[in-house]
Write a protein that binds this ligand. Structure first.
Ligand SMILES: [Zn+2]
Length: 466
């Protein structure tokens, strides 16, 4: 090391604080390219733009890494009530919904907790399932794909997913992992106000409806993850992967989810690039596509680079970083990584919560399944996040104006400081074995949820070989 860590930190922090490059990138991604949803023109422009930025910043091995997946294009959707009154209700298709038309009685399963599905299993066959995105007690969220999966498994004909936050905002979200398949039954998203209307009608008696979707499924679509590297010195062959998805949902700008995270990653890369050959480990920056189609970009990346995974000492996922000030780390595993990150947070003087949370629905997951220690850098005002769940996320209101410019700078700053310290450590964390991961997932019920989602594969094997 030529310079001491502290003076590098000071230089990097100053570089990020006095520049607005991250915010400028956010405006280009959101205002110029739109949603960047998989399969759109905006996605292709974002890939070219991000590669250009990483090259300009001085990163090495900058490339667009291609893969194929099951694409989907939105068509019009219709939700018509027949009984107890006739009414057309506003609805949008959920990504990977097949085109189709189904009729039946609506069954209300509340927030769609698996326990509720199991309790009412005998009633579900042939019906249209209605459930919301409301978190359970203590903010515990059951993923939409789990609710859809139970619906399909129990013989439902259709699926209606309601936002639990008011504002006439239907929530969107994918139904299946697009690296494998599309959905089986038509599914639509509706606003909280529409859910409320439907459940009021249930107090009058049986509610029957027709769900009609006209979407397009496009097997063998191609997309690209954007990659760039800052080589290390003595541990040059070992990596820290830093990632965020740059795609958003097609109905929105995907500004908070997750253009802001992608801009945080690019900004940390910019500030660190001139220190190539300085830190022990190499840093690999990955901007993933198609995360919003069931964590598809990162899963395909891991499948394509499976033999490199034993050289990745840490994966930091920035889904949700930079949209607000105040950042937290959520460690998927191993639990010892919490201590490492807490120690670094002390050293750099940034007070933050570091906790263990097993969340399967973002880009750290395929790395975790290959025994890579993983942590997610996220930002939110905590009490609000517990109440709101995704808040404006996954709705048309996820726009640039929701992102705190200060949060972008803070996210990049914290990330860069952590990377400087972590890249230079002799050892970051122990790795969990495939068996340990498998046992943990079975014991906690996560494996069962992933099976229902059709997202399950054995830890340590390729996610595409199942
Ligand atoms: Zn996201």
């Amino acid at each position: 090391m030529v310079k001491d860590i502290k003076s590098i930190e000071v230089e990097v922090a100053g570089e990020i604080w006095v520049n607005s490059e991250a915010y400028r990138n956010l405006l280009v991604l959101c205002d110029d390219f739109g949603s960047r949803f998989a399969g759109t023109e905006g996605e292709r422009r974002a890939v070219d733009y991000l590669m250009g930025r990483l090259r300009d910043y001085g990163l090495e091995n900058v490339a667009a890494d291609p893969y194929t997946y099951t694409g989907w294009r939105r068509g019009p959707a219709k939700l018509e009530l027949f009984e107890p009154i006739k009414r057309d209700l506003p609805a949008i298709s959920l990504p990977l919904s097949p085109p189709g038309e189904v009729e039946g009685e609506i069954i209300d399963l509340g927030n769609g907790d698996p326990a509720e599905f199991k309790r009412r299993e005998k009633e579900i066959g042939g019906k249209i399932v209605l459930c919301t995105s409301a978190p359970g007690p203590y903010g515990r969220e059951v993923h939409r794909r789990t609710k859809y999966g139970y619906g399909v498994y129990m013989g439902a004909r259709g699926f209606i997913f309601g936002n639990h936050n008011p504002g006439q905002l239907p929530a969107t979200g994918s139904l299946r992992p697009a690296y494998r398949m599309a959905g089986e039954i038509p599914a639509v998203g509706v606003s909280w106000e529409t859910v409320s209307f439907i459940t009021r009608q249930m107090e009058r008696g049986r509610v029957t409806a027709r769900v009609r979707t006209e979407d397009m499924i496009m097997p063998k679509s191609t997309s690209w993850n954007v990659v760039g590297e800052i080589p290390g010195s003595t541990l040059r062959d070992r990596f820290i992967v830093v990632g965020a998805h740059f795609d958003g949902h097609d109905i929105s700008q995907g500004a908070m989810d997750d253009a802001s995270g992608a801009c945080v990653v690019a900004e940390a890369a910019r500030a660190l690039a001139k220190f190539k050959g300085t830190f022990k480990r190499s840093l690999r920056f990955l901007l993933f596509s198609a995360e919003e189609l069931g964590v598809t970009g990162s899963t395909c990346y891991v499948a394509r680079h499976l033999e490199e995974m034993n050289r990745v000492d840490l994966m930091i996922n920035c889904d949700g970083a930079g949209r607000a000030a105040r950042h937290t780390f959520r460690v998927s595993g191993p639990p010892e990584l919490v201590d490492t990150l807490q120690a670094v947070s002390k050293e750099v003087g940034y007070p933050m919560r570091v906790e263990t949370t097993l969340s399967t629905a973002s880009d750290h997951w395929p790395f975790y399944m290959q025994s890579v220690p993983t942590a997610s850098l996220s930002s939110a005002t905590e009490p609000a996040a517990l109440l709101l769940g995704r808040g404006f996320g996954h709705t048309s209101a996820d726009t640039v104006d929701k992102v705190d410019h200060r949060g972008l700078k803070e996210g990049a700053l914290v990330l860069a400081q952590f990377l400087i310290r972590l890249a230079d450590m002799e050892k970051i964390s122990r790795r969990m074995t495939s068996e340990e991961i498998s046992n943990h997932l079975e014991r906690t019920g996560v494996a069962e949820e992933l099976r229902i989602q059709k997202c399950w594969y054995q830890p340590g094997v390729s996610p595409l070989d199942q």
